[in-house]
Design a binder for this molecule. Sequence first.
Ligand SMILES: [Cu+2]
Length: 123
Amino acid sequence: MMPGELELKNSDDILHNIHTYSTANPTINKAQPKFKKTMTEKFEKPEVVKLTCDVHSWMLGWLAVVPSPYFGVTDQNGVAKLEGVPAGKQTVEIWHEQLGKQTKDVDVKAGQTTKVSVEMVKK
Ligand SMILES: [Cu+2]
């Protein structure tokens, strides 16, 4: 997401908890009871935020707050498409929960598809 508000939904009939491990944004640690179907929280600064639920130890998520409208999540084949990126020299940043972060400089040509290939290796 870009910096702004995020709607957190609880579609389950049980209590959950939103616990964020932020450094740039305020930390959130709030219960979300089953009757509270949506909660809105602000994430105003770019960072990758770890989210957990303290009620269910296996629940874990990541929220990437990025300072750009051009972002995506890879599909089952490891492919993400960023559309409408302005032509010119751009830098793409790739992040993975276990494999870390990489950046790559890309020369985006107007009206063409530019392919960027990145190999993430476990260290
Ligand atoms: Cu939960």
